[in-house]
Design a protein around this ligand. Structure first.
Ligand code: NAG
Ligand code: NAG
Ligand code: NAG
Ligand code: NAG
Ligand code: NAG
Ligand code: NAG
Ligand code: NAG
Length: 683
């Protein structure tokens, strides 16, 4: 009941439109300007929703616009009469405002917007255009004292402008005392993040002057970022010489002829001798919609009726909105800005997959469920993988990697299109593959078996994509989870390696001593289990197992009719030692296969899955064998069984193999210090 009341209260307050209040002299706060005590000059107008529009150059005339707080502010203090020194001193002040510059369709903005402190509000002789409505060609304004913080989107070399997107501190001149490209220093890592002033995105700006330290700071930030600790501009300046006894505060702006730029101020607060009151973003007016669908006026029309029915309706709307907010809520952090283009909105993915309906479920893999979807905007078919992920650690590195992976192009890689983050969840978006994953074809009892030439082509494709990851991409990428179920088949039955790097997500943020091994049972190289360190050679090991799997049509670890566990490598090796290696080739092929090729693949499979890492070939070498440039390798006669070797290398490994049921999709998490304490992780 209480929360209900609170809601109604909040509702009534917000129905009252933007809240404006002006306390004692020298402090005010406006969220929207409908009821603000301000003077508008020239083309400045307050739109019905309270949005302040400074310029309107849509009619091909240059325009300038001003807004000033109605009452002038006493910026100077004079020492008490008892002292002889009567020099006036400028007081500290602080202001914050939310602005937006809409450069229209061309994206080219004309001129800019400035926060102004001036001894007059009469700017009739000031010029528009590059003079930003502040001065004219003779540097005169009628005011001899003017402080401006310019948000300039045009580069005027005659004023020494650094670029066409900068912030500058100006005193009585358009040549800035100090200027920097628009942006802010992130509190997270201190790095500089660019902001585009004319992006039509509302942004926050702060201007703070410390009268004692005689220091003027200017700070910029996107709405969702709290005020950065490091200001963009910090200038040592004594404003005592600039300020008159009373000065007006406000904004000036100018737009040029051809370009239809609009300058907006959404909210503004100011305070003398203290920090500017914080703005309540929820009460700020919205920018006018661009595009064909005009904003519904329903609320404006029925509002005066203010019946209980309306309240109920609005309440319902709010609940719906909150529910929607919650439903489509995402997690987005500061550092993700640079990955913008690779980010999908949850809403788009939700709509694409019909709300993640069961009907769209393609499969459940070790890392999560995969859904089929169609992006509404482009009709592109996608596969969306939902990976549950509760730890914050490693996400950043992982997302960086996802984006870097997204830039890879190889015909045998499943293309990663982007990602989205929600609380406890990561969504990865891939190209949709019509024919699903390879394991379905290998282990499908009723269906048609894959022909040998198809298997051979898939193997070559996967090998070349792995070579690309290991050696041809700009950095070494370790796949970490090569297996038949991670090989997807496109419409021409080409193999495409998917899911790469995913295992790494679970590999970060490990406790100091233990290392988590992530991969799939039966494909884990013995040294990976022992040390927890994935290398290209541990990938080669898994690739070797994959070769045997595709050739034999058997899972890496299986149970035979006598309930004995069969380790695929050992079984193939045994036949190899007995000179009967071709007996292991998938029975479903009914003998229809190329003997030379099959012999090569089986030998290569054994070589790649050799327990000793240094005996395994690199992927480049593997590719040379497959391309026929090199004759089949010979296995050393001392090649011992996988189980024997690993047992010798690491007591206990064998026992863990036999205690775990063979499971294709499980992710194995093993503490690297003692592989005996192997755990099956159910995720
Ligand atoms: C605006 O400020 C002026 C000067 O203090 C005052 O006379 C006027 O009543 C104020 N108007 C409103 C609407 O508060
Ligand atoms: C822009 O100016 C034109 C002409 O002065 C006017 O008709 C139009 O309503 C203005 N637009 C806005 C949004 O103020
Ligand atoms: C008076 O005070 C101001 C500010 O404290 C200082 O800059 C100035 O030098 C002083 N003048 C004299 C004559 O002491
Ligand atoms: C106006 O400012 C510019 C740049 O500082 C200067 O070159 C010019 O002489 C000034 N003109 C006047 C009339 O002060
Ligand atoms: C510039 O402003 C001054 C002072 O208002 C005015 O006297 C002068 O005529 C203006 N010059 C131009 C070129 O508009
Ligand atoms: C920021 O903008 C500048 C100039 O446009 C550019 O040189 C720089 O690479 C940008 N930095 C980032 C991180 O985007
Ligand atoms: C200006 O920024 C500096 C940090 O660069 C800070 O120490 C100082 O307190 C700031 N001054 C004001 C008035 O915000």
């Amino acid at each position: 009941m209480m929360s209900m009341l609170a809601l109604v209260l909040v509702l009534l307050l917000s129905l009252g439109g933007e809240v404006a209040w002006a306390q004692e002299d020298g402090q005010f706060s406006y969220q929207g300007f409908s009821r603000a005590n301000v003077t508008l000059e020239d083309s400045a107008t307050v739109m019905p929703n309270g949005l302040l529009s400074l310029t309107n150059s849509t009619y091909q005339t240059e325009s300038k616009g001003y807004v000033f707080h109605h009452t002038p502010i006493s910026f100077l203090t004079r020492p008490t009469a008892t002292t002889t020194n009567t020099t006036a001193v400028a007081r500290s002040f602080s202001t914050s405002f939310v602005f937006a510059i809409d450069a229209g369709f061309g994206g080219l903005s004309s001129y800019g917007l400035a926060f102004v402190v001036s001894s007059t509000t009469d700017f009739s002789t000031a010029s528009s255009g590059k003079y930003m409505g502040l001065l004219n060609a003779t540097n005169s304004t009628g005011s001899d004292r003017i402080l401006a913080i310019e948000l300039d989107t045009v580069m005027n070399p005659e004023f020494g402008d650094i670029n066409s997107n900068h912030v500058g501190i100006d005193v009585n001149s358009l040549i800035s005392l100090q200027a920097k490209p628009a942006g802010y220093y992130s509190d997270n890592d201190g790095a500089f993040r660019n902001l585009s002033l004319s992006s039509r995105t509302p942004m926050l700006a702060w201007v703070d002057y410390d009268g004692q330290a005689k220091q003027l700071n200017v700070t910029l930030a996107p709405m969702q970022v709290t005020k950065p600790k490091t200001p963009l501009l910090s200038e040592a300046i004594d404003l005592s010489n600039v300020m008159a006894d009373t000065m007006y505060v406000g904004f000036a702006s100018s737009a040029g002829i051809i370009l239809t730029t609009r300058h907006y101020v959404l909210g503004w607060s100011f305070s003398l001798d203290g920090p500017a009151p914080p703005l309540d973003f929820s009460k700020l007016p919205t920018l006018p919609r661009v595009g064909p669908k005009p904003r519904s006026k329903v609320f404006d029309v029925v509002l005066p009726l203010a019946t209980a029915l309306l309240v109920a309706a609005v309440l319902a709307a709010i609940f719906f909105f909150l529910w929607r907010q919650h439903r489509f809520a995402e997690v987005q952090e500061d550092w993700e800005d640079e990955f913008g283009p690779h980010r999908f909105t949850y809403k788009d993915l939700f709509l694409a997959t019909n709300g993640f309906k069961e009907k769209n479920l393609l499969g459940i893999g070790g890392f999560g469920r995969v859904y089929k979807g169609v992006l509404p905007a482009t009709n592109l078919e996608i596969a969306v993988k939902r990976v549950s992920h509760d730890s914050k650690q490693g996400v950043r590195e992982f997302v960086a990697e996802v984006v870097s992976i997204g830039r890879m192009r190889h015909r045998n890689l499943a293309q990663l299109l982007g990602y989205c983050r929600r609380k406890g969840e990561l969504l990865l978006v891939y190209d949709y593959m019509v024919n699903g994953s390879l394991d379905k074809y290998l282990y499908n009892r009723n269906g048609m078996a894959l022909h040998w030439h198809e298997r051979y082509r898939i193997i070559k494709g996967v090998a070349s994509s792995l070579l690309y990851l290991h050696e041809e991409w700009e950095q070494i990428v370790i796949h970490r989870d090569i297996k038949a179920s991670n090989v997807l088949l496109d419409s021409q039955m080409n193999g495409r390696l998917g899911d790469f790097g995913l295992a790494r997500l679970y590999d970060h943020g490990t406790v100091a001593k233990t290392t988590h091994v992530v991969g799939t049972m039966g494909y884990l190289a013995p040294e990976l289990v022992r040390t927890g360190k994935a290398t290209p050679l541990t990938d080669v090991f898994a690739f070797g197992i994959f070769l045997l799997e595709v050739t034999c049509g058997h899972r890496p670890i299986s149970i035979d009719e006598n309930n004995n566990q069969v380790v695929l490598v050992d079984w193939v090796l045994e036949h190899h030692h007995n000179d009967s290696v071709l007996d292991v080739v998938d029975r479903k092929l009914l003998g229809n296969f190329n003997r030379e090729e099959a012999t090569l693949i089986l030998k290569l499979g054994l070589l790649c899955s050799h327990p000793l890492p240094n005996t395994r070939p690199s992927m480049r070498k593997v590719m040379q064998y497959l391309d026929g440039g090199q004759s089949a390798p010979d296995l050393s006669p001392t090649y011992m069984s996988y189980s024997t070797m690993t047992m010798m290398q690491n007591e206990g490994f064998d026992s863990y193999i036999s205690t775990c049921p063979p499971s294709e999709t499980s992710i194995l998490t093993v503490s690297g210090e003692s592989s005996v304490s192997a755990l099956l992780d159910g995720r």
